[in-house]
Design a protein around this ligand. Structure first.
Ligand code: GLN
Length: 454
């Protein structure tokens, strides 16, 4: 049914870069047989899923939305893909994304944009717009995204779906093609908080193949979602971040957020205002740290190891081939980040830029620690605006970067955060998201509050 739905809607939505119908049907029959035998490997056996094309898969290409990797099929499965397969989850295909996960609209994909199913003239957010659009279009009930600065939560918010950035290290990064290694985190997406929790438990947990993976029990997120579903938040302390939600936010987003806070109060939560004074520097710090790490990580695309190789006709030096390949293989946003990062890391500038940004990162982490000493979770709008129109921000990188204003602090600090649907904006009828943030390894709190709220 999902494959048929997908075939009918993909011409309008373009959520997927690759669909493997035969493999999906075979995996679904295997799950059916195991279920008939009474031995399904997990409660999600046979459930279809859309996988962001930044996670490696041995049976399908992994392009990261880039010409650089067009046609490349990896020699190993990411841990996320391997765990999905082991649980009997049916991977329908790979979803569209901004090139190497750099962007907030999926317009930076080398293979054309994805459209928001709520209004196909608008973006589905990014970088994981394909995964969230697949959910919103009912092409798949579950999806996987990755979140470096908001790429799970921001698309979730603007497509009216649920997305979770787990605690940094909570889900293995093995086989997640690196953008900014200290920020990248894979996570679950769904249409309900409980679905998302069940997927979270399938993919999370320690992995010896990722040295930053946390060696501790996975938070009991499914139990927390079930508890939250009773709608009782008595005893839960919720902090409203004073620095988020003022100027620069659409009125429809502000109204939705105010209503969300009232709902949490009516469910019994104790709501207080907290201040995180360094959050205003988060965007600036992020746009030094992420490009710096990206400039180093993307050095591996050297025309020798993977995918594209341009101009190798026997007359050119290795360096010329490398340069031609990177010139033609990377899009403008990726080049912009590599240039910014290379500059910030150059000798003489390191202390002024990268070093400063790392200090700001520590201050933001301390703001979170101080806030979580007073409350169990923090809340804010997920994004300052609803989905913008395709093309509206492509020529203005600064406007594009603002989409992640509220999501970036949690990446810098490494704590857990969720976006849960918060109704439609009275201004334009488009979906709005409520962001919930919890301390590291307290991901279960997101699910309790999210399930009570939804
Ligand atoms: N929009 C942000 C960026 O362009 C976040 C991307 C992400 O989370 N992968 O860097």
């Amino acid at each position: 049914a999902h494959l048929d739905r997908l075939e009918a809607l993909e011409p309008a939505v373009h959520a997927f870069l690759h669909v493997d119908r035969e493999a999906a049907l075979a995996a679904a029959s295997r799950a059916d047989e195991e279920r008939a035998d009474g031995t399904p490997p997990s409660p999600l056996a046979g459930v279809p899923l859309a996988l962001k094309d930044v996670l490696t898969t041995t049976d399908m290409p992994t392009t990261c939305g880039s010409r650089m990797l067009e046609g490349w099929t990896p020699p190993y499965d990411s841990t996320v893909a391997a765990r999905l397969r082991a649980a009997g989850v049916v991977i329908l295909g790979k979803t569209n994304m901004d090139e190497f996960a750099m962007g907030s609209s999926t317009e930076n994909s080398a293979f054309g944009p994805t459209r928001n199913p709520w209004d196909t003239d608008r973006v589905p957010g990014g970088s994981g717009g394909g995964s969230s659009a697949a959910l919103a279009a009912f092409e798949a009930p579950l999806a996987i995204g990755t979140d470096t600065g908001g790429s799970i939560r921001q698309p979730a918010a603007v497509t009216g779906t649920v997305g979770v950035k787990p605690t940094y290290g909570g889900v293995s990064r093995y086989g997640l093609v690196a953008f900014s290694s200290s920020l990248d985190q894979a996570g679950p997406c769904g249409r309900t908080v409980l679905d998302t929790a069940m997927l979270h438990e399938v993919i999370a947990g320690h992995d010896p193949m990722d040295s930053t993976s946390v060696d501790a029990p996975v938070p009991k997120v499914t139990a927390a979602a079930r508890e939250g579903a009773t709608g009782d938040l008595r005893g839960v302390r919720v902090g409203v971040v004073r620095e988020f939600g003022g100027e620069g936010y659409q009125q429809g987003v502000r109204d939705s957020f105010r209503a969300a806070v009232d709902t949490l109060t009516s469910l019994g939560a104790e709501v207080v205002e907290v201040s995180c004074p360094h959050f205003e520097y988060a965007l600036g710090a992020y746009y030094l740290i992420a490009p710096s790490e990206c400039s180093s990580n993307l050095a591996r695309f050297d025309a020798m190891r993977y995918g594209l190789r341009v101009g190798d006709d026997g007359t050119r030096s290795t360096e010329e081939v490398m340069s031609l390949t990177r010139e033609q293989g990377f899009g403008p946003e990726v080049k912009r980040r590599i240039m910014l990062g290379t500059y910030a890391l150059s000798s003489g500038y390191y202390d002024a830029y990268y070093g400063q940004a790392q200090k700001v990162r520590t201050l933001i982490t301390r703001d979170f620690e101080a806030a979580f000493a007073q409350v169990d979770v923090l809340v804010s709008p997920t994004t300052p605006t609803t989905a913008f129109r395709i093309g509206e921000r492509v020529d203005d990188p600064m406007a594009m970067y603002l989409a992640d204003l509220c999501t970036i602090p949690s990446n810098l600090a490494g704590n857990a955060a969720m976006s849960v649907p918060s109704g439609l904006s009275a201004e334009d009828g488009m979906p709005v998201g409520l962001q919930i943030m919890a301390p590291p390894m307290a991901d279960d709190r997101l699910y309790r509050v999210g399930a009570a709220y939804e």
